[in-house]
Design a protein around this ligand. Structure first.
Ligand SMILES: Nc1ncnc2c1ncn2[C@@H]1O[C@H](COP(=O)(O)OP(=O)(O)OP(=O)(O)O)[C@@H](O)[C@H]1O
Ligand SMILES: [Mg+2]
Length: 258
């Protein structure tokens, strides 16, 4: 079965003589078209893991294999696309956002006149006016920029999308619409999704399976419902206790953390 398979993935950072293992022999698999949520405290290695899976961060060991989501489909040169937390930081401030999406479209294999058409289609697909193409990131809201980043990633036609804290920098009023967009696009296009978040409400909304990361390791993995209602690992329990409950009385500050 086509899927994302990660085996013994390890990421180490070196500063001078000091070496830090940010991701420690992590293994997991996600079924094609499925969604895995990854939660864990700040510094537990989530973004390093995302970068390693996407091939952006060098690995010190392990392997990543990506299957095609449909037979006969050609595997893209960039089969894993990542959308990060900071919607402005992930876009070139000097580049018109239409050109940013065009990069994704070309990575997805289209060229020539088809690129322009696809850019307009993608802008509409993420709920923006095609005329937004000429805007620079600085002239758009955070929510609009995150939609552009999602459009650019999906235009590359990835097998796997990694969403790393994609709503934590956004105003609460637009977080829901960005999450709905990702979920709708996944249903339509069938990509495999890895959702990284501090916020358990977000992973519960998007992911049927949940993995808990602690100090570079996955300490628990299971159906989201089961993990949240009956956590087996003590660390998972403390994480659940620490996270504000959506609609609860505790302040919703966790999702906005760096
Ligand atoms: N480029 C880097 N160079 C050196 N150390 C790094 C680098 N990136 C991350 N680290 C370290 O690796 C560990 C894991 O960091 P990482 O950013 O992957 O965690 P995270 O779970 O994504 O945290 P957060 O929830 O705050 O985003 C941390 O101790 C961090 O300081
Ligand atoms: Mg991170």
């Amino acid at each position: 079965m086509s899927r994302l398979e990660v085996e013994d993935l390890t990421v180490k950072y070196r500063s001078g003589r000091h070496e830090r293992i940010a991701v420690d022999r992590v293994s997991f698999a996600v079924a094609a078209g499925g969604t895995l949520g990854i939660v864990g405290e700040s510094g537990s290695g989530k973004t390093s893991l995302a970068g390693a899976v996407a091939g952006i961060v060098p690995t010190a060991g392990g392997r990543v294999s990506i299957g095609r989501r449909a037979a006969g489909r050609q595997l893209r040169r960039h089969p894993v696309q990542t959308v990060f937390q900071d919607p402005y930081g992930s876009l070139n401030p000097r580049m018109a956002v239409g050109d940013a999406i065009a990069e994704g479209v070309r990575a997805g294999g289209r060229s020539g006149a088809a690129v322009r058409t696809a850019v307009s289609e993608w802008l509409e697909a993420v709920g923006l006016d095609p005329r937004t193409a000429s805007a620079r990131p600085g002239g758009l809201s955070g929510g609009q920029c995150q939609r552009i980043a999602i459009a650019r990633a999906l235009a590359a036609d990835p097998e796997v999308l990694i969403a790393d804290e994609i709503t934590s920098a956004l105003d609460v009023s637009v977080q829901g619409s960005v999450l709905n967009l990702v979920r709708a696009k996944q249903r339509e296009l069938g990509f495999t999704l890895v959702v990284i978040s501090h916020n358990l409400a977000i992973v519960r909304f998007l992911a049927e399976d949940l993995a808990v990361m602690h100090e570079g390791r996955l300490v628990e993995r299971g159906a989201t419902q089961d993990v949240l209602s009956a956590p087996q690992d003590p660390y998972t329990r403390s994480l659940i206790d620490a996270v504000p409950v959506l609609g609860g009385s505790r302040p919703a500050s966790n999702g906005d953390r760096q």
